[in-house]
Write a protein that binds this ligand. Structure first.
Ligand code: FPP
Length: 263
């Protein structure tokens, strides 16, 4: 990114909205979702519309993540799962893959102390062993440092695929069957859930997808069986606290029946 492009991105980011108190007042805190998942989509389009390289879009995407993590903390959301790099994203040009990995490493290096101070637990999920060593090391360091934190669990989905996650779970379950420690007749939905990367965590209550795409893109396939969706045309680098609060307001007004009837 050139200096001019960096300045433009920084100026744009400074314009990010602070929380609107009127919207905030409408929010019934007792009905907030425990677990919010986000597909951080639209970085490339955001950059293209401004004549900037895709890397500028990803950089701006990191700033959105930073502000959304903060507001989730303030609102008392317990778990935030963000889709940062999919098992399919390796198909992108090497330069873009490198940019994303470098942004991840920098994000962790720059933010880890602040995240720790805010009592946030960093929980990377995905096939982490295939990530570049520098990113893997920072992730391990961040996860270790923050392992006892409990204000917000930040699941970073990296080299993550919903299908890969199910394959990995099936492999472990099969090994247990082969070793005689698990019998096929004993397998329940809980058995599968306990072998996913998200074991011990409740399923997402709300899934947000910016950039107006109506697809799941291999994200949390098992976990979203009864998750509420909220889709917006807003691109991820423009997504701010006001958009999050609108999504939460919408969620708090929905009736969730989980296949049953209204009580
Ligand atoms: C999708 O937008 C976004 C990604 C593939 C990467 C998301 C990554 C970040 C927000 C930053 C890095 C994350 C961390 C944890 C530091 P796209 O590029 O596919 O957008 P497009 O569909 O408009 O091209």
């Amino acid at each position: 990114m050139s200096l001019l492009e960096k300045m433009f991105t920084t100026l744009f980011l400074k314009r990010k909205k602070v929380v609107n108190p009127d919207l905030l007042r409408q929010l019934d805190k007792s009905k907030l979702p425990k677990h919010v998942a986000i597909i951080m989509d639209g970085n490339g389009r955001w950059a293209a519309r401004r004549g900037l390289p895709r890397s500028a879009g990803h950089q701006a995407g990191v700033e959105s993540l930073r502000s959304i993590v903060e507001i989730c903390c303030e609102l008392g959301i317990s778990i935030l799962t963000v889709y940062a790099f999919s098992t399919e994203n390796w198909k992108r040009p090497q330069e873009e893959v490198d940019t994303l990995m470098n942004l991840l490493t920098q994000y962790l290096q720059n933010e880890i102390n602040e995240l720790h101070r805010k009592n946030i637990k960093i929980n990377p999920i995905g096939r982490l062993d295939q990530l570049p060593e520098s990113a893997r090391k920072e992730l391990e360091r961040a996860a270790d440092l923050t392992k006892n934190n409990n204000r917000l669990i930040l699941n970073l989905a990296l080299n993550y695929g919903g299908r890969a996650e199910i394959v990995d779970a099936v492999k472990v379950i099969s090994k247990k069957i082969a070793a005689g420690t698990l019998s096929p007749a004993m397998i329940t939905e809980e058995t599968i859930a306990e072998h996913l990367y998200t074991r011990n965590l409740p399923d997402p209550d709300l899934l947000i997808r910016p950039s107006g795409e109506y697809r799941i893109s291999n994200f949390l396939l098992w976990q979203i069986a009864y998750t509420e969706f909220w889709i917006t045309e807003v691109l991820w680098p423009e997504f701010n606290s006001e958009h999050l609060i609108k999504a939460l307001l919408d969620y708090t007004n929905r009736e969730r029946r989980f296949g049953g009837l209204k009580i």
